[in-house]
Design a protein around this ligand. Structure first.
Ligand SMILES: [Zn+2]
Ligand SMILES: [Zn+2]
Length: 171
């Protein structure tokens, strides 16, 4: 995921667009867990020479393999994120937030993967309407219905009925 800045780094104000499709398999770390970014990963944007520094605008689109927190199925989480990063030539850094570059290439891989990881949901859901698993039999309620819920309510009602009967019987 490299961009060539040989032209823009030589002249202030010059802007160059890039449109990268990365078909490699990448992994990212989030919450001490490793996740797979599913190819292709798209990184569009532009680089511009701004007072001798290179400003890079990124528009990232990716899919990350995650596990739904309700139904526990694997699914592809869509991630779209925009970000801006500044790059300074080695030896010309004036701000801690600036990344360094040497030569004519800037490798965006680490920055892009970090941006994607920062967008991953804490509570992943395959769909907002995910019905999850049946707490009784573990059935995936998105795929089929089981009758456990009805039985569960029935047994609770029966216990309640029994308690009421006992109470009434005691009076
Ligand atoms: Zn789900
Ligand atoms: Zn069930």
């Amino acid at each position: 995921m490299e961009i060539n800045i040989s032209k823009i780094s030589r002249c202030e104000g010059i802007k160059e667009n890039f449109d990268i499709i990365d078909n490699n398999q990448h992994e990212l770390i989030f919450n001490n867990q490793t996740f797979k970014a599913l190819p292709p990963l798209s990184v569009k944007g532009y680089a511009v020479n701004y007072e001798g520094k290179i400003e890079v605008e990124l528009e990232i689109s990716a899919k990350v393999e995650m596990q739904c927190s309700r139904c526990l199925e694997a699914y592809a989480q869509d991630i779209h994120v925009n970000a801006t990063h500044m790059f300074a030539k080695e030896g010309f850094q004036t701000d801690e937030e600036e990344h360094l570059f040497k030569g004519d290439e800037i490798d965006l891989t680490e920055i892009v993967l970090n941006e994607i990881a920062a967008e991953l949901p804490m509570k992943p859901l395959c769909s907002e309407n995910c019905k999850g698993l049946c707490p009784v039999c573990g059935n995936n309620n998105n795929q089929s219905n089981c009758n456990c819920k009805v039985e569960e309510i029935d047994s609770r009602l029966q216990i309640l009925k029994k308690l009421l009967d006992d109470e009434q019987g005691g009076v």
